[in-house]
Design a protein around this ligand. Structure first.
Ligand code: ZN
Length: 250
């Protein structure tokens, strides 16, 4: 079985469409979404619609949760974007609006599938906790978090793809030729971001788990970010920096 893991789409329709096209060429059986379908980007409803149609399992992200409830710990830029997003999700025919909110409100915060665990943030706080590449230097935090990993944990949230090992290494996709073998040791794997990459590569990012070969493949996909940028610049509630950062991938 081959599973595609997508995360942190953030209302970026061009990024999501490009990734779905790439997935269609990769003999993938199932798509799993690790959350943050909305927030920051100009097409929350269209992205949600696509995820509802294509994803077999979707985990709740902190921005999805913030659209539903009161945002926690959001900076002013993220806050303005999430209030605008909420208005977009509320617009349209009542049946469509209800379907969106029902879907978002029923998303699980974590999911176990055999030895695989899927979260948005971390195994300790599935929705909100960040595990950044530099978190490897916080030995207590990492050991506590790894203590809650059964075997393999897949996550998003930081928009920084890579593999965390129990001996506290962070391995970037470019350092392992974008392929990593699933062995006996525990691993935490960040799948990166479809709609707002922050690892200085402006291509959309996602990952494929090849369960038979026991390997993961990090994928990068070029997309038309200029179109997404222009849409963001045209919406006053979305700060221009949300467009600028798509160009630089930061
Ligand atoms: Zn995110």
């Amino acid at each position: 079985m081959r599973q595609a893991l997508i995360s942190d789409i953030h209302g970026n329709l061009e990024g999501l469409q490009a990734v779905l096209t790439d997935i269609a060429s990769q003999s993938v059986d199932q798509i799993v979404c690790l959350g943050d379908i909305v927030g920051y980007g100009p097409n929350p409803c269209e992205c949600l619609e696509l995820v509802m149609k294509k994803s077999t399992l979707t985990i709740m992200g902190n921005h999805d949760q913030a659209a539903l409830f009161d945002p926690e710990g959001f900076n002013p830029v993220a806050l303005r974007a999430i209030y605008w997003t909420r208005d977009r999700l509320d617009a349209g025919a009542p049946s469509t609006v209800n379907r969106r909110w029902d879907y978002l409100s029923e998303l699980p915060k974590l999911h176990h599938q055999d030895k695989f665990m899927f979260v948005h943030g971390s195994p300790r706080d599935p929705t909100n906790e960040y595990v950044f590449p530099e978190t490897i230097y916080d030995q207590n935090k990492m050991e506590n978090i790894f203590g809650r990993v059964n075997q393999y944990c897949f996550q998003g949230h930081t928009h920084m793809p890579g593999v965390f090992t129990p001996d506290l290494e962070f391995i970037k996709p470019s350092s392992c030729d974008h392929v990593f073998s699933l062995g006996k040791e525990k691993l935490m794997v960040n799948v990166g971001s479809v709609g707002q990459p922050r690892d200085e590569d402006n291509r959309a990012c996602y990952l494929i788990i090849d369960h038979d070969a026991r390997k993961i493949h990090f994928r990068r996909v070029e997309y038309d970010f200029e179109t997404t940028c222009k849409k963001i610049y045209a919406i006053s509630e979305l700060d221009n920096m949300l467009g600028d950062r798509l160009r630089t991938g930061r």
